[in-house]
Design a protein around this ligand. Structure first.
Ligand SMILES: C[S@@+](CC[C@H](N)C(=O)[O-])C[C@H]1O[C@@H](n2cnc3c(N)ncnc32)[C@H](O)[C@@H]1O
Length: 223
């Protein structure tokens, strides 16, 4: 998706994004899990790529505590404005909101970070491979990068048809991009992560409509 249309879509969605997402509250258990799988603890620094309005922040704050540092990076100023409101309301003093593109994360974020995560962002980033490379390079050795995102299911028949319609509906309402291209199987998530990280895992959940891919920076590497 062109950056301009992406920006227009999220600028329009931003004020109502959290309210719309409350309908999908069951997804929060996967947000919590994504944070847990990023393997961060008290006092750590974590980067949330495409953080949007900060829906992952409560789960991150729970783990890093006031002594940690949370960096939320997003390309849409209107989404970051909502994130800033959340931060103010919760009185978190350890959050830095950074406006910019995931694919340039290594130029705009001061690393290293102990962990990085991205929830439903990279599937709409045309330069997603660059975004993975940039994020991986910010990790300290041993740090983990966890990506959770949508995809079209491989299930067919009675299950496949309705699930594909749900994804199409979701993308038309909250996402951007082409369901057939951006959300389909064609992106080699695991192989791309493996170019930069070790111990890479890939798994599909929710009848194959959600995937997670994660890997860690080799402990032997110097940052
Ligand atoms: C579906 S929202 C997800 C927001 C948040 N991660 C969540 O789980 O609620 C996608 C977000 O990705 C951001 N985004 C899209 N392209 C981006 C890019 N190239 N770099 C950084 N953020 C981007 C959008 O501004 C939007 O906030």
């Amino acid at each position: 998706m062109e950056p301009r249309s992406m920006l227009d879509r999220y600028t329009r969605l931003a004020p109502d994004y959290d309210r719309m997402m409350s309908f999908w509250a069951p997804l929060d258990r996967w947000r919590r899990r994504a944070v847990a799988e990023t393997n961060i603890g008290q006092g750590d620094t974590i980067l949330d790529i495409g953080c949007g309005t900060g829906k992952n922040f409560p789960f991150i704050e729970e783990r890093i505590g006031p002594g940690g540092r949370l960096i939320g990076l997003d390309y849409t100023p209107a989404m970051l404005e909502q994130a800033a409101r959340r931060v103010e309301k919760e009185r978190w003093e350890n959050v830095e909101l950074v406006e910019g593109r995931a694919e340039e994360a290594n130029r705009i974020v001061k690393g290293p970070v102990d962990g990085a995560m991205s929830w439903c962002c990279l599937s709409i980033v045309p330069e997603w491979e660059q975004a993975i490379a940039a994020t991986a390079s910010l990790l300290r050795p041993g740090g983990r990068f966890t990506v959770y995102d949508m995809r079209t299911t491989k299930a067919s028949g009675l299950l496949g048809w309705p699930l594909t319609r749900v994804i199409e509906w979701w993308v038309n309402h909250y996402g951007v991009g082409d369901v057939k291209v951006d959300y389909a199987v064609i992106r080699p998530w695991k192989a791309t992560m493996a170019k930069h990280l070790t111990n890479v895992t890939y798994e599909e959940m929710a009848f194959g409509t959600l995937f997670k891919c994660s890997g860690e920076r080799s402990a032997a590497e110097e940052s």
